[in-house]
Every structure is written in C-alpha cells, then in structure tokens.
Design a protein around this ligand. Structure first.
Ligand SMILES: Nc1ncnc2c1ncn2[C@@H]1O[C@H](COP(=O)(O)OP(=O)(O)OP(=O)(O)O)[C@@H](O)[C@H]1O
Ligand SMILES: [Mg+2]
Length: 437
C-alpha cells in the first residue's frame, strides 16, 4: 500500500468542505474520485499579459483548464511560466486580460479570495516556524480544530516522508526537504485547485519519480485541478493530461503529451520534447525534389519542401548497410547508454542522431544508409518555424526483410540495426506513428 493510498484510506469527511458525498460513484461502479471536480474549479485566461516597464514577460496568452484536469506549463527558463501562475494565484497583477476561476472574474481579487493553494518555486517557508507549524499554518489561520490539524499533519508528513523533521526549522533542512515542506503545506490545505511551481526540482531522482506518481495519484483521487510548472519534459509527458508549451511569453503549443510528441506545431516544440531532441535539418533543391543539404543523391520530399526544415525523431531512423536504399550517411560516433545507443551521423553538411537498441558495433567513418517512414518526417517553415502540411517520401523498405540482421556482417562489416519487429508493426498499419517505443 502506498502512502497515497493510506492518505485516502484514512480520509474523513472533513477532508474537503465541498464533499457532501454527492459526487461519489454510484453503487457498483469503481470510485474513481472521492471528490468530483466541480465547475468552481474551471480556470480561464483571456489574452493575459504581464509587462514590467518595457519588458513583456507574458504576451496575451489564453487557455481553459477544465475541472479535474492536470495541466502542465512547460518551457525554458524565463519564458513566463511562474509569472503566469502567479497571476492566476493573484500574487502578480495582470497588465491586461481577464482571469476567471469558476464563474468569477478574479482578475482583481486578492490571493486569499481565490480558493487555491500554491507550491512556490522558492518554497516561501517561515524561517522562525518549525516544519510542523509551517505545514499547518494555513489550517491554523482557517481555525481548523487542533485535533484535526494534528491528524492531517500526521497523514501529510507521512506522504512526503517528513515525519522525523517536524520539529526542525527550515534552515536545518536540505533543499529537497524544504521543497517537501512546501508541498505538504499545499496538500494539507485540500483546496480543489492547486498551482505548483517546479515542486520537485530539488529532489533526487528516486524521490522525484516517487513524488511524481504520488502527486498524480493524489490529484486523481481528490479530483483536484492542478496547474503544474516545470521545464522537465519527463514530468510534463508523464504527469500532464495536457501540456501548454511556452516560449518568450507566448504559447507555442497546447495539447496532450501525445499531440506534442507526434505532431509538434512548431520547430521549437519539436526540439523541446523528446530526448535526444528531434533532428532538424535544412533541405535544399535537387532535380527530383528536396534533399538534405549537401546530400543530393536521395530526395526526401517533393520540391515544395526545399529551403525548409525536415524533422525526424532519433528513434524513427533505421540504419542500414551502405548498399541498401535510403539516404547516404556516415557514422561519426556512438554513445552507449545501456538499453540503447545514440549514434551521431553525418548526412551532407548536416548532422543527425539516431537511437538504436543495445550496443551496435559501429565504426566511426563507416558509410551506411538511413531510412524512415513518411509519417516520421515533419516539416517546418524556414521563416517562422510553423509546421507545414507536407508529406515526405516513404524511405523505409516495404518490408522488414531487407533489414540488416545483427550478428550477420554486411558488405562493409559496419552495422546496422535490427528493427524488423517495429518495422513490420508500422507496415501492418500501426496507427500511432511516432509514439516513443
Ligand atoms: N518582478 C519582476 N520584474 C521584472 N521582470 C521580471 C520580474 N519577474 C520576472 N521577470 C521577468 O519575466 C520573465 C519571465 O519570468 P518567469 O519567472 O515567469 O520565468 P519562468 O518561465 O518561470 O522561468 P524559470 O524556469 O527560470 O523559473 C523573465 O524574463 C524575468 O526576468
Ligand atoms: Mg519560474
């Protein structure tokens, strides 16, 4: 039994003032949620901006968060994620636009009247209070009775693994422990809307993975609406029902994790999601279509693609012997990662990376051919990076039979990778191309 389940199991009627049992699943149906999300949890931003003097931190963004949704705000440092969250919380005043929570326009309401809890990027703990007092601070000011405070504190402290630190002061904690205090303070409040600003950034990898699952489970069980800021794409992909990707104060793409991965709206979105990032190479004109710059022998799309960008995920590239059909390439080097390897390849004047299973026996400088399915090719405009509706050539062999078998040396003795199973599943009409395998 996980800590989260324990939290649920001990959950009393006092857990949420909105819970009058009317939201519980009917008899015979699984109780998905203990509290059903209600319309008061809907969040709507309309053309919201934030300016400080001349500088624009958030530039006219708009989105809707439906009750019970887990929305991730993702983007590089300085793109305006925290500022957006702070405007929703009421800690920053929007320079333009409107913010609604439920039916209410909260644009000018003070933070305390918005019915939300927040986990700050900077923790914002009271240095003179103990861990326990920091966690129950909000309950105390809401006059929650002492016995109930104690009970909720015990549950939440166990959840975030802070039981032995309750008497310490924040200064006597590590960064990760302080972060967990901040998280505990938000969880204990049981507000139906929780805003979290990089709540796991200071935790070690193990605890982070654990907390990721626990936060998601807590959100689902309590039917909370969560807006969660991160620049970690693993958190975004694994936790989010929806991801809002920002850059330079604007929204680049707003969609499900699979939509961002399978159909990036811009070259920026393509390069931000996926590790290693999607390859982006520039295309030039050749006699029979658009080719990768510097490699005129194999066209990859029709003429309309010339001058634009071709994007292919490293996991979508098949490596074949030099006498196979496909785009001629040369191995630069390979980085072995355990389960797979990242191979750098030179194609004309461009470089690509391919993700291959296991540890392929590749020799630097050896020639090979690259193939990919037409669905794996994405095209982006050179001018503004927007996705183009161009379909690339299908370079992949019609069946997996021609593919090189590991252990059977090719003409050059260089490698190549076996992907028969995957290839045949694609050719059998797998309808989720591009999903990480
Ligand atoms: N109080 C302020 N005064 C002036 N500029 C500010 C202020 N707060 C933030 N900014 C600027 O607004 C922009 C967005 O900042 P914000 O904190 O929202 O970024 P972020 O996406 O949360 O980045 P990070 O991932 O580094 O936390 C940045 O360029 C930042 O310098
Ligand atoms: Mg921030």
């Amino acid at each position: 039994m996980t800590a989260m389940q324990r939290l649920d199991g001990h959950r009393g009627s006092s857990m949420n003032p909105d819970n009058n049992n009317q939201n519980q699943a009917p008899r015979g149906q699984p109780p998905h949620r203990l509290v059903g999300p209600s319309d008061s949890q809907r969040i709507r931003l309309e053309a919201v901006s934030k300016r400080w003097g001349e500088s624009v931190a958030v530039d006219g963004i708009g989105f809707d968060v439906v009750p019970g949704e887990f929305v991730i705000m993702l983007g590089p440092s300085g793109c305006g994620k925290s500022t957006t969250l702070r405007m929703i919380a009421g800690l920053e005043q929007a320079s333009a636009g409107r913010i609604h929570i439920g039916e209410r326009d909260v644009t000018y309401l003070p933070p305390g009247d918005r019915g939300i809890s927040m986990v700050f990027q900077s923790y914002a703990l009271f240095p003179h209070l103990s861990v326990a007092d920091n966690i129950v601070f909000g309950l105390r000011s809401r006059k929650v009775p002492k016995a109930e405070r104690r009970e909720r504190l015990a549950r939440v402290a166990e959840l975030v693994d802070l039981q032995v630190y309750l008497e310490r002061k924040p200064a006597q904690l590590s960064g990760g422990q302080r972060q967990r205090v901040a998280l505990a303070r938000a969880i204990i409040s049981e507000h139906p809307i929780c805003l979290m600003d990089e709540p796991l950034s200071n935790l070690d990898a193990r605890l982070r993975g654990e907390m990721r699952r626990e936060i998601k489970a807590l959100q689902q069980r309590l039917g909370m609406t969560v807006i969660y800021v991160t620049h970690d794409q693993v958190e975004a992909m694994s936790m989010g029902d929806r991801v809002i990707l920002m850059q330079g104060g604007k929204i680049e793409q707003d969609g499900t994790p699979a939509e961002l991965y399978d159909r990036p709206a811009t070259a920026f979105a393509a390069s931000f999601i996926g590790s290693p990032a999607m390859n982006l190479v520039s295309l030039a004109a050749a006699a029979d279509g658009a080719v990768i710059e510097g490699e005129p022998r194999c066209s990859v799309a029709s003429h309309e693609a010339k001058g634009h960008w071709l994007g292919i995920r490293p996991e979508e590239i098949y490596l074949l012997p030099a006498d196979a059909p496909g785009v001629p390439a040369e191995v630069i080097d390979a980085e072995y990662l355990g389960a797979d390897s990242i191979v750098r390849l030179k194609v004309g004047s461009q470089q690509l990376r391919a993700r291959l299973d296991g540890k392929p026996a590749l020799t630097a400088g050896s020639p090979c051919r690259l193939q990919w399915r037409s669905e794996a090719a994405h095209f982006f405009a050179a001018e503004d990076g927007q996705r183009l509706a161009i379909v690339g050539h299908d370079l992949a062999a019609p069946s997996g039979r021609q593919r090189f078998q590991p252990g059977r040396a090719g003409a050059e003795g260089n490698v190549v990778q076996e992907r028969e199973a995957q290839a045949s599943s694609h050719h059998a009409g797998n309808d989720t191309p591009g999903v990480n395998r």
